[in-house]
Ligand binder design. Structure first.
Ligand SMILES: *[C@@H]1O[C@H](CO)[C@@H](O)[C@H](O)[C@H]1NC(C)=O
Ligand SMILES: *[C@@H]1O[C@H](CO)[C@@H](O)[C@H](O)[C@H]1NC(C)=O
Ligand SMILES: *[C@@H]1O[C@H](CO)[C@@H](O)[C@H](O)[C@H]1NC(C)=O
Length: 183
């Protein structure tokens, strides 16, 4: 009886240890996450300046800005799909790319999106812009929330880094993205 109870207790202990081990051994997938966010950031470094040039050279229209907004939809959709396919990261505050590296790059993505679109309403050349925002907003919110799942709590730093630029999202009416970012 005593022996049996001992075996039972040992079994319980080993189950408890195994589940703790699983938590401890969760993979640091930051490299894959960082790569996906970097790719998105590269797209923004291309699309953002194009939008600014279209406004500066007086060729902003539903057609030209619409093409850039579609490029953004595609890029954010692709990022969501990539992030969804990556295991939730155990993360690291020391090994590169760190959790903060990922959040900082995503903040750059958010700030570039917010600022490069900021003159469109005032210029008045793109009547379809509100409808374009209404399409892009939930797509971007989805990417943002997925980032926070795959890189847990990564939005805490993104929120802080977006304290200033979030005003542009407010003016452009990216309500779902703002909510995802905690505004
Ligand atoms: C305006 O800028 C866009 C984007 O860079 C470019 O494709 C287009 O050729 C330019 N148009 C004029 C008239 O300068
Ligand atoms: C992005 O994804 C949404 C739904 O997930 C879909 O409705 C939309 O057509 C996609 N847009 C592009 C440009 O890929
Ligand atoms: C982000 O993730 C953290 C924990 O991983 C959670 O507490 C927080 O509510 C999430 N934020 C959003 C906007 O979902």
């Amino acid at each position: 009886m005593f022996a049996l109870r001992r075996v039972f207790t040992l079994a319980l202990v080993s189950v408890a240890c195994a589940s703790q081990l699983n938590v401890r051994q969760a993979t640091n997938t930051n490299a894959a996450i960082n790569s996906a966010v970097d790719t998105l950031d590269e797209t923004l470094h291309h699309v953002g300046p194009t939008i600014l040039t279209l406004m500066a050279n007086q060729t902003a229209s539903d057609t030209t800005i619409g093409q850039q907004m579609t490029a953004l939809e595609t890029a954010f959709n692709k990022t969501t799909a990539t992030l969804t396919g990556i295991a939730v990261s155990a993360g690291s505050t020391t090994v590169k790319p760190t959790n903060d590296d990922i959040s900082i790059t995503y903040s750059d993505v958010m700030a570039l999106t917010a600022t490069s679109l900021s003159g469109i309403i005032a210029q008045g050349k793109v009547p379809g812009f509100p409808a374009m925002v209404a399409t892009l907003d939930p797509i971007m919110a989805k990417t943002t929330l997925q980032l926070n799942v795959t890189s847990p709590a990564s939005l805490v730093l993104v929120h802080r880094m977006m304290l200033d630029a979030s005003q542009f999202f407010v003016a452009e009416k990216f309500t779902q993205t703002l909510a995802a970012l905690g505004f």
